[in-house]
Write a protein that binds this ligand. Structure first.
Ligand code: HEC
Ligand code: HEC
Ligand code: HEC
Ligand code: HEC
Length: 503
């Protein structure tokens, strides 16, 4: 190979070309540097706070004056037009779509009303409107507000944590009015991510860990794990107060939480047909996600659900938290080279396979409840039913755990299907025991499947008086809620704020 020197000596014009190319590169680099400096200046400008407020300020629109891009993208969680194979941002009546759920949750609030979750913007509205929270006094405790609003950390500062959880849901209704927002995830002074909910901090403490030591990447998931987790209300620690607790002391898997609940003899309700002591799973999104490949590779919730985005040259975190399939180009394609259509197909393929198992399992669970009901009717004894009821409890807990996390079938398809495959085995075991028991009682036939072809028929079958529940809710929405909103507006008018931040 010849050296460049020899080459230039032979062809002198090449020297000139190299000179001009070098000049052009230097010029372009200069332009780039100047553009970076300019963007930096813009960034400083973009984050120059214009309004000053208290550290606990619950009103998102006020924070929004200082951080307009994050706020405007946050407001997009109000959009309900997106629909995907299992998810999306629209409010879908799950009981209408799948009336078997009414039988599975008979005797529990979810049989009255259960919708697919919408965006964070609706968190407070949807709690007020669901039939599960009833009227005033509500059948639910104030603890239910915990995952709905930045008014929660504000009130916990005033009332103390147990003080906040005390009483029925209607008692704090006039205080909890702003939907999930900035103060839930951010420290107002530094804008660093922060954990505002005590249940998560306490669960870490019991495991001997300090959450303030979590890494930045972990925090990008842990802010979500304040709410998107399995939890229960422990009445044994604070004078009967329904204290929000994560059942993580034995571990985060479905099986470890099951044995945690078994050991403490906890159940959410007794099923009126089978009389099984039931567990209701909430939404263990974080726990199931942490068994999947993305967690394993260090990907955080925010990487997919809050991707970086760019607007007018300004890079920021998109606060439109929703199905990432709405913006796969920003979320998935940062790491994957495949086309959007291919990525969506990969998601749907996994979801479809999980759904197949789910449907088999739901059918078997409905059968088991009804067959157990028949056994009681024919005079079965507690001792004869003990194992069967424990099986039904475990199988339904596992089913609920797998499906109540709406992202699970993508976040960790293998674990989700493993949980349900195990549950299917347990419930079929219960049904074999029941078939023997029924035969011993002289009943050697199929117990007929009830007419639960629609939500209304299923609710009638489990003995719900929907007319009464709907009337009570209507009155509550027309009379109580407007009063809450009026009182909150009066109160918020008195909060300290100033737009003279820089003076
Ligand atoms: C303070 C509690 C809380 C926190 C923190 C929280 N969520 Fe939520 N999230 C909720 C509630 C409650 C809903 C359901 C709202 C409704 O249906 O009215 C929800 C709904 C959602 C939905 C469904 C929205 C849709 O359009 O399909 C997604 C996705 C979601 N959250 C992801 C996240 C992620 C990711 C994080 C962390 C970056 C997070 N959430 C943090 C409570 C929370
Ligand atoms: C569910 C949790 C959550 C909520 C609610 C939330 N944020 Fe964020 N925010 C995040 C995460 C996660 C990041 C990324 C932080 C990081 O990686 O350093 C972020 C980043 C930011 C940043 C840093 C700059 C950027 O864009 O990355 C600002 C400013 C911000 N958020 C403002 C807001 C405002 C204003 C609100 C209310 C309208 C809000 N956030 C609500 C989780 C949240
Ligand atoms: C921050 C990087 C990152 C982002 C963002 C990301 N992925 Fe991945 N994804 C990975 C890694 C890493 C793996 C593991 C593959 C490996 O290590 O070979 C993976 C694996 C997968 C797999 C195979 C998993 C399985 O079940 O077998 C699918 C499918 C997938 N990703 C889809 C998506 C989709 C859809 C999105 C957007 C919603 C997305 N990914 C976003 C990094 C990412
Ligand atoms: C690799 C990307 C990725 C990561 C990381 C991720 N998700 Fe998801 N998530 C998805 C996809 C894809 C879906 C399915 C969306 C659909 O079906 O429309 C989903 C669905 C959801 C849903 C249901 C949304 C709906 O519309 O019903 C929730 C809630 C959710 N994720 C929360 C979380 C939480 C909390 C974390 C962290 C613990 C997390 N996700 C981590 C990609 C991701």
């Amino acid at each position: 190979m010849k050296s460049i020197n020899e080459y230039v000596q032979k062809h002198p014009f090449i020297g000139g070309v190299i000179f001009f190319v070098t000049m052009a590169v230097v010029f372009l680099l200069g332009l780039l540097a100047s553009s970076i400096i300019e963007r930096r200046a813009e960034a400083v400008f973009a984050y120059a706070p214009t309004v000053k407020y208290q550290s606990w300020e619950p009103r998102n629109e006020l924070w929004g004056q200082n951080y307009p891009r994050q706020y405007q993208s946050y407001v997009k969680t109000s959009d309900t037009s997106f629909k995907s194979f299992v998810g999306g941002s629209a409010m879908i009546d799950e009981l209408e779509r799948n009336p078997r759920l009414v039988v599975l949750w008979a005797g529990y609030g979810f049989a009255k009303d259960y919708n697919q979750g919408r965006g964070h913007y609706y968190a407070v509205t949807d709690v007020r409107n669901t039939l599960r929270t009833g009227g005033a006094p509500s059948p639910m405790p104030n603890t239910c507000w915990t995952c709905k609003s930045p008014d929660v950390p504000r009130m916990m500062e005033t009332l103390g944590v147990a003080g906040f959880y005390k009483g029925t849901l209607d008692q704090l209704g006039h205080q909890i009015v702003n939907p999930i927002g900035c103060a839930d995830c951010h420290d107002a002074a530094t804008m660093n991510l922060r954990i505002s909910r005590p249940a998560l901090i306490e669960a870490w403490q019991r495991a001997g860990k300090d959450i303030t030591q979590a890494s930045h990447q972990e925090m990008r998931s842990l802010v979500c794990a304040q709410c998107h987790v399995e939890y229960y209300f422990n009445k044994k620690v604070h004078d009967g107060v329904q204290y929000l607790t994560f059942p993580w002391d034995s571990g985060l898997s479905c099986y470890e939480m099951e044995s945690y609940y078994d050991q403490m003899g906890f159940s959410d309700w007794i099923h009126p047909i089978s009389k099984a002591p039931m567990l209701k799973a909430q939404h263990p999104d974080y726990e199931i996600f942490s068994t999947g490949i993305h967690y394993e590779r260090g990907v955080s919730c925010a990487d997919c659900h809050m991707p970086y985005t760019s607007e007018g040259g300004q890079k920021f975190t998109d606060h439109h938290i929703t199905s990432p399939l709405q913006y796969a180009y920003k979320s998935c394609q940062v790491c994957h080279r495949e086309e959007t259509g291919q990525l969506i197909k990969n998601v749907y393929d996994r979801q479809k396979k999980v759904k197949e198992t789910k449907q088999l399992l739901e059918d078997a669970l409905v059968h088991a409840h009804i067959e157990a009901g028949k056994a009681w009717e024919l005079g079965a004894t507690d001792i004869e039913m003990k194992d069967v009821l424990q099986d039904i409890r475990h199988a339904q807990w596992r089913w609920d755990f797998a499906v109540a996390s709406h992202g699970a079938s993508f976040h960790s398809p293998l674990e989700t299907n493993r949980i349900m495959a195990g549950a299917l085995n347990i419930v079929q075991d219960a049904r074999i025991k029941l078939a023997r028991l029924l035969a011993a009682k002289g009943f050697n036939k199929q117990v007929p499947w009830p007419d639960i072809s629609t939500k209304e028929k299923a609710q009638h079958f489990v003995g719900l008086n929907m007319k009464k529940l709907n009337a009570e809710k209507q009155q509550f929405i027309e009379q109580t809620v407007p009063d809450w909103i009026r009182r909150a507006a009066e109160r918020e008018k008195k909060y300290f704020t100033t737009d003279q931040f820089n003076e």
